[in-house]
Design a protein around this ligand. Sequence first.
Ligand SMILES: [Zn+2]
Length: 274
Amino acid sequence: MFIVGFVFILGLIVGSFINMALARYNTGLSFNKRSFCFSCGHMLSWYDLIPLVSFIMQSRKCRYCQSKISFQYPVVELITGVLFVFIFFKLDPSFSVYYLLLTTYYLLIFSILLSIAVYDIRHKIIPNAFVYSFIILSFLGLIFEILNLKSEILNLLAGPLLALPFAALWLFSKGKWMGLGDGKLTLGIGWLLGLSSGAAALILAIWMGAFYGILILAISNMERIKRHLFPHTKTFTMKSEIPFAPFLILGTLFAFLYDISFADIQSLFSKLLS
Ligand SMILES: [Zn+2]
């Protein structure tokens, strides 16, 4: 119980750091500057920066200028906390050095992936610095596994093979259907999970993305009909461009946490068909 709490709080702190990094990425602000309110510029003290707690205590307002604070902050912190607990237990906790290194490695990987997902949702683009770090880390991890005979050398092909369809889509549509960022992300996913689990993650992502797309389409059609029948009621429009990275990352997380292989997807598919 004590360890779960510790890992969760560590996740909250890292989540808070992710929020800070995402808010400053590509803005010219350095990461080691003290935090300040983006509305009034007031320096924040340590008790303004306690993950979750400050947000709740200050009823989602800046203490100095009363401007509203985005829900992104507590949500990302909470997700990181829960994510850390899941990854911690996925890897059979023990007190060996190897376990600690392995856990740190995966916590770092999934922190980067979460950052990419949040940034893609907000800005519709995958930040290069984050995705390149992910690609390098997953490649080094795979090399380490191959040297320790825990993975086959063939898995070196997993990254390029899985990224190929995305790169082709990007090339043929001249970047209209799919950004190259999704291809870069898939390169890292292939090296992280290997060919079988990587393919499973991709298929899960496509299913979730398609489901979400259909849902959005249905909602926007319903809104259109509503606007037609009741022209004076408030309607809302959905953004038509759906970021795909969050689905790729969710698929990767599921495939990793539950060891989903390509064969699992195949057997699920044949069960659904029969
Ligand atoms: Zn302020």
